[in-house]
Design a binder for this molecule. Structure first.
Ligand code: FES
Length: 166
């Protein structure tokens, strides 16, 4: 049995008429796959999506590894992506990342044992004027942050989880 459900394959195929070539559906297909697999792209999915789009598997894997919004390993329910590029680092991204690591007892690139949080250092998210900043999953940016903001950010996320909102 494949990684992609028949329903998901049909959903991807349903995008084909919107584009001049099947390969143009790749980003959309990867978003669909992540949404159906707990926020990451499982092993085997790149081969199956390549077959669907009639492209090489390496083309799919290159796209997955290029964009920080795609994940080829499990991430937390709340994936905390802290910009670690120049403006953010100059404005204090490193102490911010360290504080998340201390509070969650994981290192950047890891997931908490309960699967709730993961931390990633990402490239510039285009909000340099409000550095340092981060993004949780695909949500609106949190900006102008200080290490002291970290406990409050984590508390809010935990409350959302307790309320059943992700
Ligand atoms: S350097 Fe962090 S948003 Fe640009």
């Amino acid at each position: 049995m494949g990684v992609l459900s028949e329903e998901l394959k049909q959903r991807i195929a349903g995008e084909f008429p919107k584009y001049p070539e099947k390969r143009a559906v790749l980003l959309t297909a990867l978003h669909f796959i992540q949404a159906e697999h707990e926020g990451w792209i499982p092993p085997g999915a790149s081969k199956e999506v390549a077959e669907l789009l009639e492209i090489h598997q390496i083309d799919v894997e290159e796209v997955i590894s290029f964009y920080s919004l795609f994940h080829d390993e499990p991430v937390g329910k709340f994936h905390i992506q802290v910009c670690a590029n120049l403006s953010c680092c100059l404005a204090g991204a490193r102490p911010l990342i360290r504080t998340f690591e201390e509070k969650l007892d994981i290192r950047s690139g890891e997931v908490t044992d309960d699967g709730v949080f993961s931390i990633a250092e990402v490239e510039c998210l285009g909000s340099c004027g409000t550095a340092p900043m981060l993004q949780v999953n695909n949500e609106p940016f949190l900006e102008n942050l200080k290490p002291d903001d970290v406990p409050g950010i984590l508390d809010k996320l935990r409350s959302r989880l307790a309320e059943g909102k992700r």
